[in-house]
Ligand binder design. Structure first.
Ligand SMILES: Cc1cc2nc3c(=O)[nH]c(=O)nc-3n(C[C@H](O)[C@H](O)[C@H](O)COP(=O)(O)O)c2cc1C
Length: 369
């Protein structure tokens, strides 16, 4: 698989055992060009199974994440989703032979509430499915610039349902011409990521994560590296299989979060890794965890971005869950058992434990057992 982002360092080479989950993370990129694809009922069946698994492991609600492959409906979304001025950026959709869509469809009262928990859980599951599709060699693209009323009508959903985003998927068209729209967006926007210390912090928000490139410790990782297998490990709370040093493992998880897609590639997030050297007790206590965590990663978003005004949607509530999919699956690939908390924490206490500033919002915490 082609590597689409510049890695902070060569993580797979540090492991004595195959650490192939990286290949999936690096291979994923947003595809805006597709090739026609024959109907593949077997693939559709496997995708639906995978989505059920992700929905159940992430505690999302059945029906909040839909798989749309019916050709009439797919065509309807392609033709109608870009209606309206702000959605014209996705005009490419009408010409692309997209195979299907993953659709986030959640109750309006959830999205308009203070903590859009159903949306966030469904968004984590959606990114799990995106990574699974990548593993199958398919291309995907998150689409937030959509006319949700039109998409809702195509799917026959009632007015109380909100569709914050959909994900297109299909057979990816390889990049051939430099002047291609897909190629242009890839080169100018999509492949860039902020350096790890700019988004990852160590113990406190103000301290950049120290990437210790001297640390070349050799270790082994979990024998499970495929997305479905990693999800099962997460649900079983199955630790074991790896012996990665804590700081290096946390760095790998943070790098996985750094590679995650975000709306407009804004990367309006910070991830604070906290161990016993920092206020782990304070952060774990705020999450209702006892002494069972040996480290935790808090995911913080900036809720008021340009996209909140432009699309009338604050994308932190989708972007951060996407990053949590990457964080937790990477932890599972290390052989770590983790807890993901997207609610039920004492936000002010957790914020105090990591030194969070008022413009940020705590979206969730991953605790490492
Ligand atoms: C919530 C969300 C909404 C997005 N909306 C759009 C969109 O409307 N149109 C589009 O072409 N890309 C969209 N993207 C894709 C991002 O531009 C892309 O993920 C980012 O530039 C990083 O590139 P990569 O996915 O290739 O790594 C969206 C991504 C996310 C996470």
């Amino acid at each position: 698989m082609e590597r689409t982002k510049e890695p902070t360092r060569d993580y797979p080479s540090l492991s004595r055992t195959p650490w192939t989950f990286w290949e999936t993370l690096y291979a994923r990129r947003s595809h805006r060009k597709y090739l026609p694809m024959e109907k593949d009922s077997q693939l559709e069946g496997r995708l639906r199974e995978m989505v059920s698994l992700a929905v159940s492991v992430r505690g999302a609600e059945e029906g909040d994440l839909l798989v749309v492959t019916d050709p009439g409906r797919v065509e309807g979304i392609k033709r109608r989703a870009h209606r309206g001025a702000p959605n014209k950026i996705n005009l490419w959709l009408s010409r692309a032979p997209v195979y299907g869509f993953l659709v986030l469809a959640v109750p309006a009262e959830d999205v308009r509430g203070d903590t859009p928990l159903r949306l966030m859980k469904a968004a984590v599951a959606t990114q799990d499915a995106v990574l699974w599709l990548t593993e199958q060699g398919l291309g995907t693209c998150w689409l937030g610039g959509i006319n949700q009323d039109e998409v809702r009508k195509v799917l026959g959903l009632d007015a109380g349902t909100v569709i914050p985003a959909v994900v297109s998927f299909g057979r990816p068209k390889p990049r051939v011409r430099a002047a291609d729209f897909d190629h242009l967006v890839y080169r100018t926007i999509s492949r860039h990521r902020k350096p790890l210390p700019a988004v990852a912090r160590w113990q406190r928000l103000e301290v950049p994560f120290p990437v210790d490139s001297e640390n070349q410790a050799s270790f082994s990782v979990s024998p499970t590296q495929d997305v479905a297998g990693l999800l099962r490990k997460l649900s079983e709370g199955d630790a074991g299989g790896g012996d990665v040093p804590l700081a290096l493992g946390l760095e790998a998880c943070l790098e996985a979060a750094r590679l995650a897609p975000s709306a407009g590639n804004a990367q309006r997030w910070r991830f604070v890794a906290v161990t016993g050297e920092g206020d782990l007790e304070g952060l774990a206590g705020a999450c209702g965890a006892g002494g069972e965590w040996r480290a935790a990663v808090a995911g913080l978003g900036f809720p008021g971005g340009w996209e909140a005004t432009f699309f009338e949607k604050p994308f932190w509530m989708v972007d951060l869950p996407i990053a949590f999919s990457h964080l937790t699956l990477m932890a599972a690939s290390l052989g770590w058992a983790v807890d993901l908390r997207l609610n039920g924490f004492h936000a002010a206490r957790a914020a105090g434990a990591v030194g969070m500033t008022p413009e940020l919002r705590l979206a969730g915490v991953m605790g490492v057992r």
